[in-house]
Design a protein around this ligand. Sequence first.
Ligand code: ZN
Length: 484
Amino acid sequence: MKPIIGYVRVSTEEQAETQALDQQKHRLLKAGAERLYCDIESGRNLDREQLEKVLDLVIRREVSAVYATRWDRISRNAQLYEEIKKIFRDSGVKLQLLDQGEVDLTTASGELNSDLQVLFAVHESRMLRERINKGFEYRRSREVAWIRPPWGCIIVDEKYELDHLPLLYCLLIHRPNNYLALADEPDDSEQLIWLSRAKIAREFFDYFLQVRKPTKLLRYLQDNYDLQKNQDLTFPALKNFPTSRRGIQQWLQNPVFQGHTAYQKFKKNGGVKTPDEWDIRRNTHPDHCLISEEEAKEIQAILAANRKQFGQLDATFFLTGHIFCQTCKSKCGLKRAGGGHAYYGCQHSATVCRNRKCVRIIKIEEAIINKLVQRVREIHQLPQEAMKSSKLVELERQYEALDQIPGSDFNPVLKDAKTKLFKEIEIERSQTDNIATQMLCHPSAKKINFWYSLTQEEREIFYNQLLERVVLLDGEVTEVLLKV
Ligand SMILES: [Zn+2]
């Protein structure tokens, strides 16, 4: 019986910070590996001594199986992936990934199934999310403010405060008749009327409590404060005030205005949880309340009643943020209709935008996938070099030239120069190269079915990395723009 061997790799930082190497070793031995090969290096490094040995054993069919914990332990490089796949396929040696199951590279369907790059992309994005969550967790444990305060507030020393900075009140409704005569008054003149964002925010709350409809508040802003979809035309004090019905609803419900801070407001898919699911820390900034507890309850009751009447419009989908209205250029929101169909449409169609027709998600994805496949076909016509930045090509050329010099691995000066270049190449690659663009170079990506076979989570990751925007007009997709 030929032996089972294990392959382990950790990066230098990982090894310094954690017991990653010991953990992997332990798991592989427990799973039945009889001998272990270890590299401590970066995942993109192409010449890894121990990996070479392992592949050599596979080629000579001297082992029955190779165990590793995950695909990214073996390689994060698309080209090497292709080579390794071929080596395992030709030799018939089994590749077993403890976290990802047995990988069957001998059949075409197995190959597609085992599309490890996809698994890896998902894994990488999960890790990123985990790191971000840890950052959130840390803020929550100290009860400090979020990075972005709601309009009307600022953050001082990690706490929320009302924004009392004086603004010249030359807005349309309250502009005094003699405003032209006031133009030459010094900024601190008592003849000028001053307001602050906090005061304006309070006015909005009063108006909403009176009219009880978010869209009416939106109209009020347009009529009286010149609030435009195109924020460049808006009175500067109102910059960044939400201009959609959903944005207004979220602003009105923000507990910051009651002196509280809400954590864990978002669902995993990016949607907003309902307020009763939030983790609210009370009285984090009691001296900076804008509305009372009773008023907040009243607002919640009004919005809940509206939801009953109009249906739940707060749901999001992973395409949110990528879809734009051609008429008013703003982001489109998700809308649901009877029969469970979901649509995207302009969020301002109820008020100022004339682009009223929505587009079904299926139709949008069809347009995206067609565009992706078209792009993949173009990419496959290009030489590999075309996908690299000119800086990367130059760095790689220099590295190769050094590598050609005999004994460059023993001469300390040359070796040092090589290491430096190598690090630069790694940095340049990590900036230009992501798993999604590597994916585009993969032969499977040419097939439309491949894209449809991805799970929603996988598509979400790819669209985030590949999609610049989709533009809608009158029920049709008019443009799909990719980042690559
Ligand atoms: Zn619009």
